[in-house]
Design a protein around this ligand. Structure first.
Ligand code: 26V
Length: 829
């Protein structure tokens, strides 16, 4: 469709630059849209037209912002055609659609990604240069759309791009938060949060749809009408749609991300206004808007806040009403719903979809309870993303029944139906227990498939999370190992390496990532390895420059860049990493003339605002950085850098420049990880435990290209049986004793020597995440890393093998798995 060869995206750009006439193309059928069918002069004219008529700016006075907007609108124009074509084709073929419900979409920037998928990136750069503008500056002017906390939200964003790439007709449904994830600053080494405000500037990628709005009810009471129970809500808000088109690789398909903004159902109380009571008059508006005001920043502990439950219902009800409205225009009987609609629940956050769909089918479509339940279960799928008990959602029946009285009734009915159908179900299993509604059980019972996100995790979902339900429904739990989109996480963020890959194996790997295996034979070739090393070095030089500017720390690009970036959480064990850093510092000071492999320890990540222990760990990392980085005895042999406000865009900088990927969670705790996959793609070997998708990374890359250490998930459970496991581990390790002693004595906090007493005490006496037990093994693995890195040839081969064997971790593969095993949907391409 893009012309005769796969290089169709690259060649037309250059040809177009030379020749302003659009290329003559043979007749194409009506779906066959060539998104590269534009010349540089045309693109330039589009940009200037938007600058003038959309932004009302004269080129002579346009700012970076104006130019970015003009370019964004010009690029967005190119997406509209494939977007319409995709929608039309879905309608005309009556294809089944997928609806991905997620409270989070951690998108990041859109502009460069869109130009890449449209094959217009280089043209855009040239045209902007022609207009006197630096493309990179424009790209970096765009704020991140940070509508998510971490892995779960970023996965949803990768899935949206992959569904568009593989031609899966799909809608993403989420909330258009006015404020995304908070901004992080460090003050005296402590995390300080400030609100994020990505929408204060215009968001050029969305189309507002005031005509697509639904009423969402809360609270109120149940009344009986014509012998049926009906819900009369006590409060209502309006959910208004905002659509962002998501275009896939080479623009062959585009889907919609539909985000809901809350609006009041009545604008304001005119009577109160006329009485002069202005604040009270505006109350309905203020109340409604709080619903889509801010993303909950805590992905570690479930808190049972009423507003959160309301947000979840707001998203879910708006989505389901929209889905049913669209379905009805097709004229099929309602019993046909599962043949046309697949709904995926991204964790339990939208798990109210089960009861809400039943409510809509029963109360508004007149179905009986059981047929409605069968239809709902046939449509719904549930993805579990965590086993951590403190993150599992459960609502007090009091709160749940108050906010959603009709749904409370339905939940009880679902529970009773299941118990009646499976009388052998143990008494302690069920949705409503101990005055709580358990959302995991609800999602399980209302789905036809439940999936985990890595092989190990899916096993643990069966064994530890839902053992009884698994016994009753042995085919329900399946695995779909996560993936990441190689367009953003290799092609876009790592131009030196992706250029080398294309030069070596040709184009086309972007949408067929298994083709990276073709790199393997080249790994033995010195020329290739050197080029691989040069690409990595180029990224490291760029990162070093950026860190000097942003963190004031100068590092050598020849040092080993050791990177741990993710949310700060005890189970992810940033503490283990910083303890090893201190041990390394001690060792260097004891023997400064030894042949040290220089290291830069790079950390990135935010803590939930109320997570005190994680905040202590952040403080400790910054305190250690302060001491180590100013130690003249150590110099370049060790640096610690912790840039504030880690986000998607920062990840795009750090990952291509990483030599070593830190994936050191306590085994059994990290459901999958997706950062681990991004590092692998970009040629950074992993130091890691047998946890989450690390297990599969190890399997793909081979033990010789992975630094494995630590207790296994089973061993972790056994080790905890010894109540003194941490004391035993510490007493057996002089190195660890010394490190803990230094921290306890205030070596890194001389102005407040007792700052870390509690932290050290916890390692000695509780240490639930087994930092002490894994410490020596981690140190040994880090020593192996040093040895391997010192042998440049060996290291480059390891790094290149990681890229070559990363094909499995494309989210295209994951999406194809969901399509086949959960959604029963085929590609529309
Ligand atoms: C949990 C909660 C708890 C209740 C309130 C708000 C809230 C918001 C987000 C979360 C998310 C926790 C689950 C999560 O992010 N899991 C991560 O999912 C990734 C994608 O599957 C996976 O790679 C990570 O290992 C997993 O930690």
């Amino acid at each position: 469709m893009l012309g005769p060869c796969a290089a169709g995206l690259l060649i037309p750009v250059r040809r177009a630059l030379l020749n302003p006439e659009p290329a003559n193309r043979p007749d194409r059928d009506r779906w066959d849209i060539d998104v590269t069918d534009i010349t540089a002069p045309q693109l330039k004219a589009d940009i200037l037209r938007h600058l003038t008529f959309t932004l009302g700016k004269d080129a002579a006075h346009a700012s970076v912002y104006d130019w970015r907007m003009a370019l964004s609108y010009a690029i967005r124009d190119r997406i509209v055609e494939p977007w319409f074509a995709s929608t039309r084709k879905t309608w005309e073929t009556g294809a089944k659609r997928v609806y991905y419900l997620s409270m989070e979409f951690l998108i990041g920037r859109i502009l460069e990604d869109a130009t890449i998928n449209l094959g217009l990136r280089d043209m855009a750069e040239t045209v902007m240069a022609d207009l006197g503008q630096d493309f990179r500056t424009l790209i970096e002017d765009e704020p991140d759309a940070a509508l998510g906390n971490g892995g779960l939200g970023r996965l949803a964003a990768c899935f949206m791009e992959s569904m568009a790439t593989v031609g899966c007709p799909a809608y993403g449904y989420g909330i258009r938060y006015e404020h995304g994830l908070f901004r992080q600053r460090f003050e005296g080494g402590r995390q300080v949060e400030t609100p994020e405000d990505w929408l204060t500037q215009r968001h050029p990628w969305e189309f507002e749809r005031p005509e697509a709005a639904y009423t969402i009810g809360f609270k109120g009471e149940i009344v009986t009408r014509d012998g049926r129970e009906v819900w009369v809500p006590g409060e209502t808000v309006l959910a208004e749609a905002h659509d962002t088109p998501v275009v896939g690789w080479q623009g062959k398909w585009a889907n919609t991300l539909r985000l809901w903004a809350a609006k009041p159902t009545t604008l304001f109380d005119l009577e109160r206004f006329n009485r002069g009571d202005y604040a009270a008059a505006a109350e309905p508006e203020a109340l409604a808007r709080t619903l889509s005001r801010v993303l909950y920043p805590d992905d570690t502990t479930y808190q049972g806040k009423e507003l959160r439950l309301k947000q979840e219902f707001f998203l879910t009800s708006a989505a389901l009403q929209d889905i049913l409205r669209r379905f009805k225009t097709g004229g099929h009987p309602i019993t046909d719903l599962p043949n046309h609609v697949a709904i995926q629940m991204n964790d339990t956050h939208p798990a109210i979809a089960g009861p809400e769909l039943i409510r809509l089918l029963v109360d508004e479509h007149g179905l009986e309870f059981e047929p409605a339940l069968d239809i709902a279960r046939a449509c719904l799928g549930y993805t579990n993303h965590t086993l951590l008990p403190e993150a599992l959602e459960r609502w007090a029946t009091f709160t749940f029944g108050n906010v959603l009285p009709r749904h409370m009734q339905i939940v009880e009915r679902i529970d009773a139906w299941h118990k009646a159908k499976y009388p052998s179900r143990p008494h302690y299993v069920g949705i409503v227990k101990h005055h709580e509604v358990r959302m995991g059980e609800l999602a399980f019972l209302m789905s036809h498939k439940v999936n985990g996100v890595s092989a190990l995790h899916s096993d643990l979902v069966k064994k530890n999370l839902f053992p009884e339900l698994h016994a009753l429904h042995p085919d329900q739990i399946i695995n779909q190992t996560n993936g990441v989109t190689p367009r953003r996480w290799l092609k876009m963020c790592n131009r030196p390496l992706s250029g080398l890959i294309t030069d070596t194996i040709g184009a086309g790997w972007e949408a067929d990532l298994d083709r990276l295996r073709e790199l393997e034979p080249h790994v033995a070739d010195t020329g290739f390895r050197t080029a691989f090393g040069a690409a990595k070095r180029q990224n490291k030089v760029a990162l070093a420059e950026w860190m000097a500017g942003h963190c004031g720390v100068t590092v050598s690009p020849d040092a080993l860049f050791d990177v741990q970036i993710k949310r700060i959480h005890e189970y992810k064990r940033q503490l283990l990493n910083i303890l090893e850093t201190i041990a390394r510092w001690n060792a260097i000071r004891e023997n400064p003339t030894a042949d040290w492999v220089p290291r830069v320890k790079i950390f990135g990540g935010k803590s939930a605002p109320g997570y005190a222990v994680a905040k202590e760990i952040i403080h400790l990392i910054n305190d250690v950085a302060q001491v180590v980085n100013t130690d003249p005895l150590v110099g370049d042999r060790l640096k610690v850098v912790y840039p504030a406000n880690y986000n998607v865009s920062m990840a795009e900088r750090l990952i291509p420049a990483a030599d070593l990927s830190e994936q050191i969670s306590t085994a059994g705790k990290e459901a999958s990880g997706t950062g681990n996959m991004k590092f692998m793609l970009n040629g950074a070997p992993t130091i890691g435990t047998l946890d989450g998708a690390n297990v599969e990374i190890l399997h793909e890359v081979g033990a010789e290209n992975f630094f494995l250490f630590g207790l296994t998930a089973d061993q972790v459970v056994k080790r905890r049986e010894d109540p003194d496991h941490s004391r035993h581990a510490i007493e057996a390790s002089q190195t660890l004793q010394d490190v803990l002693q230094m921290i306890a004595e205030g070596r890194f906090s001389p102005e407040e020597p007792g700052r870390y007493h509690a932290l050290v005490h916890r390692v000695w006496h509780h240490d639930y995440f087994l930092v002490a037990a894994d410490f020596d093994a981690y140190l040994a693995a880090q020593a192996e890393v040093d040895t391997a890195y010192a042998d440049r040839d060996r290291w480059l081969a390891m790094a290149a093998m990681n890229t070559a064997r990363s094909g499995f971790f494309s989210s295209d593969r994951t999406i194809r798995g969901y399509m086949a095993d959960i959604w029963s949907v085929t590609s529309a391409l």
